[in-house]
Design a protein. Structure first.
Length: 222
């Protein structure tokens, strides 16, 4: 086998960085909110692993998966600088594709965003605002669920993120929450996001060599 063909096969064998999106915090469909009292802005702190992440959509837990009683907004913050990273999305109105989708997404709905990168080794927080007793309720793992209703299983996307602490504040507007909540971690079914893995430069270079090799092989055959 020629050297050009070998390079092409090596490039084809590399894992695709544009594989199906991974959900950061997953909770099964059929779940209900249980957070009592007041209005809440809640955040889930996490640290990115050794591979940078490209965020492709932001999501929010939909109580009973029946659409939005009140608007719920989601953002991601750099934890140390408390600055917003990427875009904000707001969910409102009836369920349906234009308001976020269900399916494999479980009890959350997602809206696409212009992709932005979360850097390896950096700590962030995904924050959701708009939950409350009088509107859309989030789920709090430290509070007993309503009788006969399911308990969300918050499955974090290890090893790509490491779950840290939970934070909250009272209110309805999007802010960086600073009051530390207790465990378990993760505690809230609230904000989440979808991501793909950012390819390493070496992988991109090898893929480029593979494409060039295939082009050369076609020319040799013509």
């Amino acid at each position: 086998m020629g050297a050009v063909a070998v390079v092409a096969l090596l490039a084809a064998s590399q894992p695709s960085a544009m594989a199906s999106a991974i959900i950061a915090y997953q909770n099964p469909a059929g779940d209900y909110g249980n957070q009592p009292g007041g209005n809440w802005v809640v955040g889930l702190q996490f640290t990115v692993g050794s591979t940078p992440l490209s965020v492709t959509a932001l999501g929010a837990f939909d109580n009973n998966q029946d659409g939005w009683t009140d608007p719920v907004s989601v953002e991601i913050y750099d934890f140390n600088s408390q600055t917003i990273v990427g875009s904000e999305v707001t969910f409102s109105g009836a369920s349906g594709p234009s308001e976020g989708t269900l399916g494999y997404d479980g009890g959350s709905r997602f809206l696409s965003v212009t992709p932005f990168t979360l850097n390896a080794g950096v700590t962030y927080m995904v924050v959701a605002a708009g939950y409350g007793t009088d509107g859309e309720q989030n789920y709090n793992a430290a509070v007993a669920p309503p009788i006969g209703q399911g308990v969300p299983t918050l499955i974090q996307a290890t090893p790509y993120i490491t779950v840290d602490n939970n934070y909250y504040t009272s209110g309805t507007s999007m802010v960086f929450p600073t009051t530390l909540d207790g465990g378990p971690d993760p505690r809230y079914a609230a904000g989440t996001f979808e991501f793909t893995l950012v390819p390493e430069p070496s992988t991109l270079a090898l893929a480029g060599l593979g494409g060039l090799s295939l082009l050369l092989l076609r020319r040799q055959k013509s």
